[in-house]
Ligand binder design. Structure first.
Ligand SMILES: *[C@@H]1O[C@H](CO)[C@@H](O)[C@H](O)[C@H]1NC(C)=O
Ligand SMILES: *[C@@H]1O[C@H](CO)[C@@H](O)[C@H](O)[C@H]1NC(C)=O
Ligand SMILES: *[C@@H]1O[C@H](CO)[C@@H](O)[C@H](O)[C@H]1NC(C)=O
Ligand SMILES: *[C@@H]1O[C@H](CO)[C@@H](O)[C@H](O)[C@H]1NC(C)=O
Length: 306
């Protein structure tokens, strides 16, 4: 009787506490859609939610006042994949957060994560626009990672209960969808001063590209591949065979790594000090959006008034 009861009591006390704990807010920059609307792919929002965060939008053309308000109310930043060139808003945001980092104060260490185009933007924020090369033949291709020796002491790949180094080295789960990229040679020349190269891959033509990095001291992370897709993009071809629209891996290994990286980013966000203040006028994406649309590469779009 006692042996049963004691753990039960302990459990209910613990879950009551965590249900009342704060929920971090991670901000995603929306991309232009048309003259009246911007969009965010739902998969990025779901990805953050899977990790335990709410998502807020950073308008693509936000002014400095708005960005400063967002920075005060956010626990993390995610630059998503897509098409547009690095906007001044993204470099301003990157610079503002970098300037507030204080290694003595975990509350200031707002994580910044870039996926695909976002990975390229962060590289450009650090190393200048010319850090990017183009012409990679790496769209719609799902690959195992080739880790560098430094990956074993990385934060990104060693913080989760799952052995991501083994999982990602042995399974074709990381989905690439890019023509732009950073070569390891360019990384060595312009980024290695502050960033650690964690993994590389080769495209269909044998051209090598950086597939992930992290900052040596600060919580800044980039993956050229798309961790959110394995859990949250299920677009299908319009054929009777019901094949995937793209080669996105939905195996247990694929969804596991996707979840672990989402949890990792949100765990970093939880350590920071901002507390979302509704008096600022900001809203979460689920509150602010102006509707949803269906697609294939992105199964669902979330629209916002410009
Ligand atoms: C822009 O796209 C949104 C969402 O699809 C749509 O509601 C809106 O009417 C479009 N605006 C124009 C000017 O086409
Ligand atoms: C910045 O943008 C916000 C939101 O659109 C607007 O309310 C505010 O007036 C703008 N501030 C400046 C200084 O332009
Ligand atoms: C998995 O990746 C390897 C190494 O890049 C590649 O040779 C192989 O074709 C891929 N397999 C599948 C099923 O995509
Ligand atoms: C992605 O690759 C798969 C397998 O080669 C193919 O069936 C599919 O049509 C491709 N999707 C796109 C959008 O190119």
């Amino acid at each position: 009787m006692f042996r049963l009861l004691a753990p039960l009591l302990l459990l209910s006390a613990v879950s009551l506490h965590s249900a009342l704990a704060f929920t971090p807010v991670v901000s995603i920059m929306s991309h232009p859609h048309n003259s009246t609307h911007e969009f965010i792919a739902s998969s990025y929002v779901k990805y953050l939610e899977a990790g335990g965060a709410r998502a807020m939008r950073i308008p693509f053309n936000a002014n400095v006042t708005t960005i400063d308000t967002i920075v005060k109310n956010t626990n993390g930043i995610l630059f998503m994949g897509g098409e547009p060139s690095l906007p001044p808003t993204a470099s301003y945001m990157y610079g503002t957060i970098l300037a507030q980092y204080d290694l003595q104060d975990p509350m200031t260490m707002i994580p910044m994560w870039g996926t695909c185009l976002g990975f390229e933007w962060i590289a450009q924020c650090h190393a200048g626009l010319s850090v990017l090369s183009s012409g990679f033949d790496a769209e719609n291709i799902t690959l195992p990672l080739t880790f560098t020796a430094d990956a074993i002491s990385s934060r990104m790949y060693t913080s989760s209960p799952t052995d991501l180094l083994t999982l990602l080295a042995n399974n074709n789960v990381t989905m690439n969808n890019h023509e732009g990229g950073v070569t390891p040679v360019e990384f060595e020349a312009t980024m290695a001063d502050e960033f650690t190269l964690l993994s590389t891959n080769v495209d269909r033509q044998g051209m090598e590209f950086v597939s992930s990095y992290e900052h040596r001291m600060y919580p800044i992370y980039g993956t050229q591949y798309h961790p959110e897709k394995s859990m949250f993009e299920y677009g299908a071809q319009a054929d009777p065979a019901d094949l995937g629209y793209e080669v996105i891996d939905h195996s247990p290994e694929g969804t596991r790594y996707s979840f672990e990286l989402a949890s990792f980013l949100v765990a970093e966000a939880r350590k920071t000090g901002a507390r979302f203040d509704r008096a600022s006028g900001l809203k979460t994406i689920m509150e602010e959006n102006d509707g949803f649309g269906a697609g294939t590469s992105f199964e669902q779009y979330i629209f916002f008034k410009v």
